[in-house]
Design a protein around this ligand. Structure first.
Ligand code: NDP
Ligand code: 2IT
Length: 449
């Protein structure tokens, strides 16, 4: 519960206005709880209605996405874009294609993105979008027609200086290509309006890898500073087997860790000898297959139905990289009971509030998503810079900048946690450090009556 009356009032209003939007309310609550001390010190926030404005998106767009399947049947999906906050730069954030997408999911992701983008130190506001379209089992032609229809509406709301979408669950290189092609056809301009583009048309080297690489750089820096330890020699469990999970596995292995598990929404694989990433890449990237196919190529590994059992595998470090609320209280307790000392989040909001309480009560080093997975959007920001400069940096140059950004994010979050009297609580630190910059910019820009 909130101690501060202003926070109580703001949260009650958010709850009433967004009734039933559980993911959005979960994200807002966590952030407001972290701001208790700051709000006491800054009466100008209440005077300027700052938190009321901060919790209400600047714009929420919902639209119809009709498309025709290969058999000629018409389908209608729902498209979304939330333009949450533009105080420090153009709206920036990914597009998610998954049947679970709804207004609550898009708003929680947009809200988190505002703080995450602020933490990167780059000039990007926060937004998010997507659709309840399910790309699974669809042909390339169907995905293309869906993307074209989606962009036919979205294009009127975005632009290189207004709002720059990218990928998220279900949106990778193929989808960004179709979306970009349709934007260009309709607007007749070749600009960096999307990030995560292919290398032949304005993409950045290291953007694909940045998802998982950034997570590992953050984890390594946090372990170095808070535990005088590193990923080397550690047993690591990673959930998911998409873009974030694959490149987190690659970098963790390069840093000397033994990654023993991966999953998808059907189940998980456990390979105590270490995941063979070439096998995973062949299944997931070349064939768009299921993770259970891994055991056909590696018979010594084991496949289990159901994804939540992955947290019962003994490990030193857990990197959840699938989806929101994938670790609940029972999952967190199982991790702790089996000796897990570090949880850093590649997915957005993968831990329930109850799970986070378990980490904090047991001294687990907890790296919250908005800090730990900010590497991707950072490289998106670097892609925007390269597009503006009409230049392409080398892989090494982008990777070096990414490493520097992830180190800075850790130190800024740690420093903020100390300033708030919660030293080492990176959740509080990330929320406060991200918020301060956006709050300053909002105050400076005044209120439009
Ligand atoms: P992908 O679509 O590449 O992969 C998603 C993975 O998570 C798949 O293995 C998928 O399994 C699994 N998954 C998705 N939904 C569920 C669910 N409801 N239950 C269990 N498993 C599920 O997505 P990404 O790797 O890009 O994204 C993963 C996470 O990382 C998301 O939280 C995303 O928001 C976050 N993220 C992504 C970034 C990006 O640029 N791509 C950047 C930063 C964060 P299945 O195939 O069975 O659905
Ligand atoms: O959650 C995220 O940070 C992303 N999906 C990436 C957003 C982006 O604009 O690169």
């Amino acid at each position: 519960m909130f101690k501060n009356e202003y926070l109580q009032k703001v949260y009650a209003e958010v709850e009433a206005r967004n009734a039933g939007e559980v993911e959005f309310l979960q994200a807002v609550r966590e952030v407001l709880e972290s701001l208790e001390m700051l709000v006491e010190k800054h009466p100008e926030y209440e005077k300027n209605g700052l938190l009321e404005r901060f919790c209400e998106p600047e714009r929420f767009i919902q639209f119809r996405v009709p498309w025709v399947d290969d058999a000629g049947k018409v389908h209608v999906n729902r498209g979304f874009r939330v333009q949450f906050n533009s105080a420090i730069g153009p709206y920036k954030g990914g597009l998610r294609l998954h049947p679970s997408v709804n207004a609550s999911v898009i708003k929680f992701l947009g809200f988190e993105q505002v703080l995450k983008n602020s933490l990167t130190g780059l000039p990007m506001g926060g937004g998010k979008g997507g659709s309840d379209f399910d790309p699974k089992g669809k042909s390339d032609a169907e995905v293309m027609r869906f993307c074209q229809s989606f962009m036919t509406e979205l294009q009127r709301h975005i632009g290189q200086f207004t709002d720059v979408p990218a990928g998220d669950i279900g949106v990778g290189g193929r989808e960004i290509g179709y979306l970009y092609g349709q934007y260009k056809r309709m607007r007749n301009e070749f600009v960096g309006v999307l990030t995560g583009k292919g290398l032949t048309y304005g993409g950045s080297l290291a953007r694909t890898e940045a998802t998982g690489y950034g997570l590992c750089y953050f984890t390594e820096e946090a372990m170095n500073n808070m535990m005088n330890d590193s990923l080397k020699g550690k047993t690591v469990v990673i959930s998911g087997s998409g873009n974030v999970a694959i490149y987190a596995t690659q970098k963790a292995q390069q840093l000397g860790a033994n990654v023993v598990a991966l999953s998808d929404s059907s189940g998980y694989i456990h390979d105590p000898d270490g995941i063979k990433l070439d096998v995973v890449m062949e299944i997931k990237l070349s064939r768009r297959g299921r993770i259970k196919e891994y055991v056909e190529a590696v018979p010594t590994a084991r496949y289990c139905e159901g994804c939540s059992g992955i947290w019962t595998i003994p490990c030193d470090v857990a990197l959840p990289c699938a989806t929101q609320n994938e670790i609940d209280e029972a999952g967190a307790k199982a991790l702790v009971a089996n000796g897990c000392k570090v949880v850093c989040e590649g997915a957005n909001m993968p831990s329930t509030p109850e799970a986070i309480n378990v980490y904090l009560a047991n001294g687990v080093l907890y790296g919250p998503a908005k800090a730990a997975n900010a590497g991707v959007v950072s490289v998106s920001g670097l892609e925007m810079s390269q597009n503006s400069l009409r230049l392409s940096w080398t892989f090494e140059e982008v990777d070096q900048r990414l490493q520097g950004i992830m180190r800075d994010i850790f130190h800024n979050a740690y420093h903020a946690s100390k300033e708030c009297g919660a030293e080492g609580n990176l959740m509080v630190g990330a929320n406060v450090a991200g918020f301060l910059k956006v709050a300053d910019a909002m105050l400076a820009q005044g209120i439009a009556y």
